[in-house]
Ligand binder design. Structure first.
Ligand SMILES: [Zn+2]
Length: 232
């Protein structure tokens, strides 16, 4: 018997309490065949990232598994005023193509910004939207969303300070700076990870060294002068 690549889960909408189903990719099919230096994954068949956002077909409330189950009164009012009243009923259950995936991420971003969701969730949504444009080789839109994601990750860093995932967050801020061509900023973040004696995450330290070396090559290829900081 052939296994279906998608399965359904039931979600209770945090806004209207309607129960709806949304599809997920089977865990056994979730392994990426390759991953970019900013963790963008490429998959042989279905892309599990297309199924991250869950949208209530009755009210349009969009969330991810990291969202809060409960909304405050203020959040409810904001959602109702700005999104709920305008949502055209539509079911995003079942399989999704690239266009559906982009729609779900944009709606999730709008919801998250409207209700003042945790910055970490907003940053991740912006980063995923950049990846979607990367798959399509739309460089201009990819860069636009990478810059938004970068600003959002910096806010996460400033708000939350030193957490367990700090090295990964700092690496990501460095790497997104490199990808948008802000080389001096990128080096600042890479060198923080490499030089901070409290950071024990060997994989992230190695990644920072590698991307710093790549950055030097890129600058030389472009004929840009290497400052003392960039040379390291
Ligand atoms: Zn709902």
């Amino acid at each position: 018997m052939e296994m279906q690549p998608l399965y359904n889960i039931k979600i209770n909408c945090a806004y209207c309490e309607n129960e709806f189903s949304t599809s997920r990719v089977r865990p056994s099919l979730k392994r990426a065949i390759r991953t970019d230096s900013d963790f963008c994954g490429y998959y042989r068949e279905l892309n599990p990232d297309y199924y991250v956002v869950r949208i209530c077909p009755s009210c349009g409330f969009a969330s991810t598994e990291n969202s809060n189950d409960r909304l405050t009164e203020r959040q409810r009012n904001e959602f109702a005023k700005h999104i709920g009243s305008r949502f055209v009923k539509r079911d995003y259950g079942g399989s999704r193509d690239w266009d559906n995936a982009l729609e779900t991420y944009k709606l999730a971003l709008l919801c998250a910004q409207t209700i003042g969701e945790k910055e970490r969730i907003i940053a991740s949504l912006l980063h995923h939207i950049a990846w979607l444009y990367r798959y399509k080789e739309d460089h201009e839109q990819e860069q636009r969303f990478l810059k938004h994601a970068l600003n959002s990750y910096i806010k996460v860093y400033e708000n939350e300070g030193a957490g367990d995932n700090d090295a990964r967050l700092m690496y990501l801020i460095g790497e997104l700076n490199r990808r948008v061509g802000a080389y001096n900023e990128a080096v600042k973040w890479f060198s923080r990870v490499i030089n901070d004696k409290r950071i024990m995450d060997a994989a992230m330290i190695r990644a920072c060294r590698e991307q710093w070396a790549l950055l030097r090559e890129e600058m030389q290829a472009k004929g840009e002068e290497l400052t003392e900081e960039v040379q390291g």
